[in-house]
Design a protein around this ligand. Structure first.
Ligand code: NAD
Length: 511
């Protein structure tokens, strides 16, 4: 497989790859292969429109082959064995080291493919390596228990890998989502078919290259590339897949859950959010303003946990929103590889159109466009999918921009008067992924955060994420948890074993 030869980040505003487009293959049963019908897809840089690579467009037949390879590696191989746990741990650590050795290249690739600023991609790569290190540690700590029961019985509970896991991921954190999925599954002893987003498959394929340079048995990790409606749907419905782990939109999650129901696959879903950030008048408004801007605009706002609904106590509303708007206006936009850029382009032209349509809806609904709302002007931005950081005030809770996930740099601000109202507004959503509260009153901060129905929460900060802690949502934001010790549980079955220690006969039929 050719790889993209990318050099160090150029300082100009529209960096270009130093060699032409690369031609990638998919990883099936330890081999790099093209699609069975020869189909390919072109991958472009959303910051300047450059063609980066072509990748295979998997067919349902390719998915069959990948699942068969994973099935064979699971059923007939030694990967899952208890006495292979140390080996799994060693391989995951070696993979983490390899990611760190290739960190600059991987970060640059994610920036070129997704658009995010290089500093964010570098943090993603470091977190990805740390995720493999964390689960390398857990691979040897999957433990059972013995349980006292009636009868002269030695009763044990053991944990066993769930089997073949299909893993479908989105485009907003291409490498990190792959790491979050692969690391716990492999630590548990599962075999995997991973499908990256059709928009951003490159760093996952490079990760596959690092995997094949280590001693992972063939078929343990398979990576298929292509459309959700074809490859993703084939994986979701496949009878030989035991578990499906999905991160993406809530509507897609619902389709996957329905397909998975046919053979009662285990399902974990990490879906969308419309996450509230509550700012009380007593908060440190200077610090809160920067966190709130970070909550809304980090990664171009293309974050499931983005703080996209700002609830501000009315007495400080104008002052506080003014501070956030000043920060928004100061954010440097540009190609993610250009110096000092803090916001890159949106991932695709189609996605920018979707975000822009919400901006139009916000105006039509009667919200006030405080800042942003348009494409930045100038040569630097001409070929990329840029949108300015955008803030709407005078938003009411029934407006679409207050209810629907926009998944872009658009912040909707709603004022409140009392703590009870803040909690009610925060929970007035079908989602329940993340939430933040800012106040100097730690009792109130704790009281409010406990009343908000969301799985990932922060007090006096927003967005820091740790491999050690569970990630996932309430309500329509998903089912199950990734990361932490909870993340490996999602790839384990639980079995009871009862050993009869008595020599006395059963005495039920035979007296
Ligand atoms: P998406 O749902 O369109 O696609 C996600 C993945 O699903 C892609 O790999 C896609 O090819 C695949 N897919 C699409 N249709 C499918 C189908 N019918 N069957 C099987 N697979 C299919 O989402 P996206 O646009 O890539 O990502 C944005 C969404 O992801 C947002 O809603 C965001 O909130 C969510 N997200 C959630 C988390 C989380 O941890 N909760 C993290 C990141 C992103």
């Amino acid at each position: 497989m050719d790889t993209l030869e990318i050099g160090t980040a150029a300082a100009d505003s529209t960096p270009r790859p130093q060699s032409g487009p690369a031609s990638y293959a998919m990883l099936i049963n330890g081999e790099w292969v093209g699609a069975s019908d020869g189909g390919t897809r072109t991958i472009t840089d959303p910051g300047n429109g450059d063609v980066l690579a072509t990748v295979p467009e998997a067919t349902a037949e390719d998915v069959d082959r990948a699942v068969a390879a994973a099935r064979k590696a699971f059923d007939e191989g030694t990967w899952k064995a208890d006495d292979n746990a140390q080996n799994r741990a060693k391989l995951l650590l070696a993979l983490a080291a390899s990611i760190r050795e290739n960190a600059a290249r991987l970060a640059e690739l994610d920036t070129r493919n997704n658009g995010k600023p290089l500093a964010e991609a570098e943090a993603d790569v470091s977190d990805s390596a740390a995720c493999f290190e964390y689960y390398a540690g857990l691979a040897t700590k999957v433990m059972g228990e013995t349980v006292p029961v009636p009868m002269n019985m030695l009763s044990m509970v053991v944990r066993e890998p769930v089997g073949v896991a299909a893993q479908i991921i989105p485009w907003n954190y291409p490498l990190m989502m792959a790491a979050w999925k692969l690391a716990p599954a492999l630590a548990a002893g599962c075999t995997v078919v991973l499908k990256p987003s059709e928009l951003t498959p490159l760093s996952a394929l490079e990760l596959g290259r690092l995997i094949t340079s280590l001693d992972f048995p063939p078929g343990v990790v398979n990576i298929v590339t292509g459309a959700g409606e074809v490859a993703g749907a084939a994986l979701s419905a496949h009878p030989d897949v035991d578990k499906i782990a999905f991160t993406g939109g809530t509507d897609t999650g619902s389709l996957i859950m329905q397909a998975a129901a046919r053979n009662i696959k285990r399902v974990t879903l990490e879906l969308g959010g419309k996450n509230p950030v509550v700012v009380f008048a007593d908060a440190d408004l200077t610090n809160a303003a920067e966190w709130v801007a970070f909550a809304a605009f980090a990664n171009q706002g293309e974050v499931c946990s983005a703080g996209s609904r700002l609830l501000v106590e009315r007495s400080v509303h104008d002052e506080f929103v003014g501070r956030v708007a000043d920060i928004a206006r100061s954010i440097k936009l540009g190609h993610g590889l250009a110096a000092d850029v803090r916001m890159g382009p949106l991932v695709s032209a189609e996605h920018r159109e979707k975000v822009e349509s919400y901006i139009e809806i916000g105006k039509a609904e009667g919200a006030t466009l405080l800042t942003g709302g348009k494409r930045p002007e100038g040569e630097t931005f001409a070929q990329g999918n840029f949108v300015e950081p955008t803030i709407f005030t005078d938003v009411t809770p029934d407006m679409k921009i207050a209810r629907e996930e926009i998944f872009g740099p658009v912040l909707a601000v709603i004022p409140f008067d009392t703590e009870e109202e803040a909690v009610r507004l925060a929970n007035d959503t079908e989602y329940g992924l993340a939430a933040g509260v800012f106040t100097r009153d730690i009792s109130r901060g704790h009281r409010v955060i406990r009343q908000i129905r969301a799985g990932i929460t922060w007090i006096n900060n927003y967005h820091p994420t740790f491999n050690e802690l569970p990630w996932g949502g309430y309500k329509k934001s998903g089912i199950g948890r990734e990361l932490g010790k909870y993340g490996i549980d999602a790839y384990l079955e639980t079995k009871q074993i009862n050993v009869y220690l008595d020599e006395a006969p059963l005495g039920w039929y035979v007296s």
